[in-house]
Each structure stands twice: as structure tokens, then as C-alpha cells.
Design a protein around this ligand. Structure first.
Ligand code: ZN
Length: 425
């Protein structure tokens, strides 16, 4: 009797935690919207919401107008006074820090050059100093800091929070087997998670960008590398060991060029931003005629994706063909994604898509229509990303908030065991 009671109680706590997660994922959601999402009756939902309100886990916000009627409705949000989280994007070029409260309200986003060339120790100590500075400026005491999430673009063991390597020129020695999570937890005394930067950007696309209306989608990022993040049933899919989504390393040509991963003919070796720039540079060196030489005053180091995209718009044949070749490879690989996962959408972001958005997307759309199985190809929506450069830091703040939700829920849990034993007495 008693054990059955306690298992029922555990189940009800799990249901409450699930409702809390729905509210976290959709700030300002109304009770009416919440019931169908959670599969609970309106009555059961009302009871749970009242319990979460009484325990100070959520608050009501009646200032949100209803989208259809313009009438005021009551939205539910995580209680902002529960604490604050910090999202960090430790990027190759820029370091971005975002502080939010647990309701998701952004207090500050700060950006500064990462200055990777100064080495790991200096990069990290400056990063920690800036986190403290931003908390101070916003009058957030250390006791209210609940967690820190860090996005990085190297090879990582995300489960253990360790950076295994960072295959960038001049950086390899600095970032080999760095226990980043342990370093941050020791420094700040709060929970830390370390995540791939493409996944953190995709999380921003999911919460406030082009992915907000999709539950199953793939975010593809093409910058100097090629990466992706997969959402299945509204959840980031990490795979068995946390390594899912290595879209850049699917094989395009078994005998193709060597890739930085050690394999041959990966998509990244054909279509990354650095490969595109290198192809153009090498063609110019061989004497191919192009407007680009004039655009960079014969300085081949100045060639960028933006310059190649601008030249392509002006019908520069070398630039146009190089971009279309990359789009062809990305499009063919996207067709494979469509066949394999049948996503609602693929969302394309990163430096290449910011430089040449419509040229790339239009060509990829054609390829997917030609190469993917008909039904899935007709239904998949191919879109450009909507978030900006600070999406990585914002996404990390969301991810760390999500990962400490259960911890916060447990702290506010009523003493169920003693309740149930007193009822039994
Ligand atoms: Zn590879």
C-alpha cells in the first residue's frame, strides 16, 4: 500500500516536472495552450499549475495580449527570481556572453574579440573575468548564479565537458584534452555544461528563430567548417555518445580530398567556407580571369566569402561556379538528410548563407527536389536561419537553464514522503 502510494507520488512529481519543462520551452504559454501539449485534462493541468505557482516555480504574466482577439490572457513563465544563468560562445573570432534570468529574459549580451592567439590560459581567464563583470554590472550576487553554459567549436566530449582538440592553425597545443566544465565549475561553484556551438545556435533557432514552429528539423551551419544539429520531437538529438550531427563529415566522394578529420572526401572538404575561399585563391594563382583580383587590389589574402558572393552577383564566372559547386554538394547531402530523417524543415545558417543567401538556397532547393524521395522532398521546408551572431551565447543560456530545471524543481519540492506518512497515520 505504502510503496504503491510513493510510486504514484513519484509519477505525479514527474508530471509536474514535465509541465514545468513545457512552460520553460514556451515562455508566456497559457493554461489553455498547455493542456493539449502535455496530454492532461484541463482539470489536472489547473491543479499542477496551482501547485507550481504556490511553490514559487512559475509566475503569471497577464500583460500578454491574445494573438487572435487582442484580449489580455494570462501567460505562465518560470519565476525570474529563481536565479540567473550565463551562456558563453567561445568562438574562433568572437567571445560572446549572455546573461538571462530563468524566465529567459536577456539582461545583457556582450561581445569582444576572443583573441585566441593569446593562448588558452589567457582566453579563459579573460572570459571568467568578463562573466563576473557582467554579473556585477547587473547587480546579480554570486548566490543567484545557477549555471554557466559554454559553446565551443572544437572536437568535444560533451558528456564529460572536455575539449579533446581544436584543429585550427596555431591552436592545437593550447586546446588538447582541456577539462573545461571542471575548470568553470571550480571557478564559479555552479553547474556547467559544454556544448557544440552549432547546437547552441540551433537551440536559438528553435526558441526564437526559423525553427520555432517545427518539432522535427535539421539546422545546417556552413562557416569555415560544416556542422548540423538535429531536433526530433522538439528535443536536440545527441546520439549514443553525444556525437550526432556531424553533417560535415558524411562522405561525398570516397576518393576525394583529405579532410581535417583524417578521412577522405567529406562534405566539409568540398563545401566549407575555407575550401571555397581556397578554391578561388588557387584558380586566381593559376591565372583564371576574375573580377575578384580588382576587388581585393591583387591581395589574395583579402578574399572573403562576402567578396566572392558580391562578385557572383556581378556575374563573375569563377565566383558563381565555385559557389554553385558548393551548393550542389550541400544540396545532394541535404537530399540524403531528407531521405534519412524526413524532417519538417532544414534551416541553413552560418557565414556562407549570410554571404550568399538566395543563390545558395535556391540551388539547394532544386537539388533536394531532384534527388530526395518525392513525398518527403515535396513536404520539407527549406529555410534560411533568422538569428544573429549572438545566437550561440543565447542558445547556451537556454540549454544550461534547461539542464538545471530538475535541480531547481527538486529544491522546491514539498516533503511528499512525510505528507504521505502523516496521511497514513
Ligand atoms: Zn571529415
Amino acid at each position: 500500500m505504502k510503496s504503491q502510494d510513493s510510486s504514484n507520488l513519484r509519477k505525479s512529481a514527474q508530471t509536474e516536472l514535465n509541465v514545468l519543462r513545457y512552460i520553460y520551452e514556451s515562455p508566456a504559454i497559457s493554461r489553455v495552450e498547455l493542456a493539449p501539449q502535455s496530454g492532461l485534462s484541463t482539470g489536472a493541468m489547473t491543479g499542477i499549475v496551482t501547485s507550481l505557482l504556490n511553490r514559487g516555480l512559475i509566475v503569471e504574466d497577464s500583460t500578454i495580449p491574445s494573438p487572435s482577439q487582442g484580449r489580455r490572457r494570462v501567460g505562465l513563465t518560470l519565476n525570474p527570481t529563481l536565479g540567473y544563468v550565463v551562456g558563453v560562445d567561445l568562438g574562433t573570432f568572437n567571445l560572446r556572453i549572455c546573461v538571462t534570468d530563468l524566465s529567459g529574459r536577456v539582461l545583457v549580451v556582450h561581445q569582444t574579440p576572443t583573441a585566441m592567439e593569446r593562448g588558452r590560459a589567457e582566453v579563459l581567464s579573460r572570459c571568467f573575468m568578463l562573466i563576473r563583470q557582467k554579473l556585477d554590472e547587473n547587480n546579480i550576487p554570486a548566490s543567484l548564479l545557477r549555471g554557466i553554459g559554454i559553446a565551443f567549436s572544437g572536437v568535444m566530449d560533451t558528456r564529460n565537458g572536455v575539449i579533446l582538440s581544436y584543429p585550427r592553425p596555431g591552436q592545437v597545443e593550447f586546446w588538447r584534452n582541456v577539462p573545461l566544465r571542471a575548470l568553470v565549475e571550480e571557478e564559479f561553484g555552479v553547474t556547467c555544461i559544454v556544448e557544440d556551438s552549432v547546437r547552441s545556435i540551433a537551440t536559438s533557432e528553435k526558441s526564437s528563430g526559423a525553427g520555432r514552429n517545427f518539432s522535427d528539423f535539421v539546422y545546417v551551419d556552413v562557416g569555415m567548417g560544416v556542422g548540423s544539429a538535429v531536433f526530433i520531437s522538439n528535443k536536440l538529438y545527441r546520439g549514443a555518445n553525444g556525437n550526432a550531427g556531424e553533417f560535415g563529415h558524411i562522405t561525398i566522394d570516397e576518393d576525394g580530398p583529405l579532410c581535417c578529420c583524417g578521412s577522405h572526401g567529406c562534405l566539409e572538404a568540398f563545401a566549407s567556407g575555407s575550401v571555397i575561399i581556397e578554391k578561388v585563391r588557387s584558380a586566381l594563382t593559376r591565372g583564371v580571369v576574375s573580377q575578384i583580383l580588382d576587388m581585393v587590389n591583387n591581395d589574395l589574402d583579402k578574399i572573403s566569402l562576402e567578396i566572392i558572393a558580391t562578385a557572383a552577383e556581378r556575374n563573375d564566372s569563377l565566383s558563381y561556379r565555385t559557389l554553385i559547386e558548393a551548393a550542389t554538394h550541400i544540396g545532394a547531402a541535404s537530399a540524403d538528410l531528407v531521405n534519412l530523417l524526413n524532417p519538417e524543415s532544414i534551416i541553413y545558417g552560418g557565414a556562407l548563407f549570410r554571404a550568399a543567401p538566395s543563390l545558395m538556397l535556391d540551388h539547394i532547393k532544386r537539388l533536394v527536389r531532384h534527388r530526395a524521395m518525392e513525398k518527403a522532398a515535396n513536404d520539407v521546408v527549406l529555410l534560411l536561419a533568422e538569428t544573429s551572431g549572438d545566437a550561440g551565447a543565447r542558445g547556451m543560456a537556454r540549454l544550461i537553464g534547461e539542464s538545471i530545471l530538475e535541480q531547481i524543481f527538486r529544491e522546491k519540492e514539498p516533503d511528499r514522503q512525510s505528507d504521505s506518512s502523516s496521511a497514513l497515520r
